[in-house]
Design a protein around this ligand. Structure first.
Ligand code: HEM
Length: 401
């Protein structure tokens, strides 16, 4: 690896621009994670397909298979360890992963998710009613963040009064400006809270997915500690991504009024969602896979033990998509990689699609004249590289005239 190694994040550069530079360099490129930890990132469509096809054979998700995590190369207080060292869905392989995934997967099938439609619509309407008479609001604070938090927390039986806590813990865990101490404290509090929630559901089960998982423990064999690991990754992944998908969609539509008009006229919100996933995916650096052997990816040799990630915004690869910087909802999205592929394919993909379709359709139906207060180029983005979305989206809800 050379001195001109890419850094994720690169100080002063929007993360999406760093990824675009990587894409121009090669199909899979060496880079540095925070703390100077050296790794590889697959950034072309072909390289990402090859990495994902190697799950469980060429690549492991478990740090047990990464010498650098144990020989002192990666420090013990590395802030990202709270994410990489835990035994949750995203860090398990093979039978261990299947056992956990099977226990929850049936709650997220297309048919089960479709049943959530009326409740998601209700939560959307209630949130909009709260700010509908305002002339101007920040959509992130009032809509794109609280909606996904409410949907995923309610599904798992987190009381409404406690739901905002998950946003705070998640923001600390995801931000690359957090110290190891801060991420460990946030994780400790979140795990403590969820341990209490699981205990509550043992005593007083309700009509929610945590209670369902607790009731099924005799069959699924999942311990309380495993259940807590599963809950936090689902609640974190279940809102952090969807909130940024919504924010990214509103900014892209504001910057492309012709596309907004087409979406409104034809009720083409599903295509808006797919194009946003391609054009500016909320999920970015899926950084934790470990090469089980020397491996060749898209013609590039990667050594055994390497930390290998993939860019979930790979829809920006010009080798695959013509004019990738153009937001065009009419594109063919059949080869979408935004939710991954294979055993770790996003558990919540159907929910994310349902939720964002309802949210965008309802928002623009209620406020047909909604528009950004500022230039899209002035929107600030969150300081992180695993996900990507606006920190705030200030909008006029209606025309001033
Ligand atoms: C815009 C919305 C979303 C995007 C772009 C997204 C993206 C992804 C991607 C790319 C992966 C694969 C990671 C890998 O291969 O390393 C993944 C996995 C996962 N996602 Fe999502 N996600 C979204 C929404 C959700 C929601 C709503 C949930 C809630 C259930 C969720 C829960 C998960 C979980 C639990 C995994 C790990 C699955 C496993 O390892 O078996 N995601 N997601």
């Amino acid at each position: 690896m050379t001195e001109s190694l890419f850094q994720l994040p690169t100080a002063g550069e929007p993360v999406i621009d760093t990824f675009d530079r990587m894409i121009r360099t090669g199909p899979i490129v060496p880079y540095e994670l925070p703390g100077g930890v050296q790794a590889w990132m697959a950034v072309s469509h072909q390289a990402v397909e090859e990495v994902l096809a190697g799950d469980g054979t060429l690549f492991s998700k478990s740090t047990k298979n990464c010498p650098a995590m144990h020989d002192g190369t990666v420090p013990a207080d590395w802030p990202l360890r709270v994410l990489t060292d835990a035994d949750h869905l995203l860090n398990l392989d093979g039978a261990d992963h299947m056992r956990m995934r099977r226990a929850i997967a049936r709650a997220f099938t297309p048919a089960r998710v479709a049943q959530l439609q009326p409740r998601v619509q209700q939560l959307t309407d209630d949130l909009i009613d709260r700010f509908a008479d305002q002339p101007e609001i920040d959509l992130v604070e009032h809509f794109t963040m609280p909606l996904p938090v409410a949907v995923i927390c309610e599904l798992f039986g987190v009381p409404a009064g406690d739901q905002a806590k998950f946003r705070g813990w998640t923001a600390t865990l995801i931000s690359h400006t957090s110290s190891g101490e801060q991420t460990q404290a946030a994780m400790g509090e979140m795990v403590g809270y969820l341990t209490g929630l699981v205990e509550d559901k043992h005593r007083d089960p309700g009509d929610d997915l945590t209670s369902d998982l607790v009731r099924a423990q005799p069959e699924n064999g999942i311990t309380d500690a495993e259940l807590v690991e599963m809950l936090w990754i689902i609640i974190v992944a279940g809102h952090e991504t969807t909130m940024h998908l919504l924010g990214n969609a509103v900014v892209a539509l504001s910057a492309n009024p012709d596309q907004l008009a087409t979406a409104k006229d034809g009720d083409r919100w599903s295509e808006v969602v797919e194009e946003t996933l391609r054009y500016r995916n909320a999920a970015c650096a899926m950084f934790n896979r470990y090469a089980l052997t020397d491996v060749r990816i898209a013609g590039v040799d990667i050594p055994a033990g390497a930390i290998v990630g993939w860019f979930a915004g790979v829809g920006r690869d010009p080798r695959k998509h013509a004019d990738p910087q153009v937001f065009d909802i009419a594109r063919d999205h059949s080869d979408q990689l935004a939710f991954g592929r294979g055993p770790h394919f996003c558990l919540g993909a159907h929910l994310a699609r349902l939720e964002s379709h309802i949210a965008l359709a309802t928002l623009y139906r209620r406020f047909p004249e909604l528009r950004l207060v500022c230039d899209p180029a002035e929107i600030p983005y969150a300081p992180q590289f695993m996900t990507n979305g606006p920190l705030c989206v200030p909008v006029h809800l209606r025309s001033l005239g």
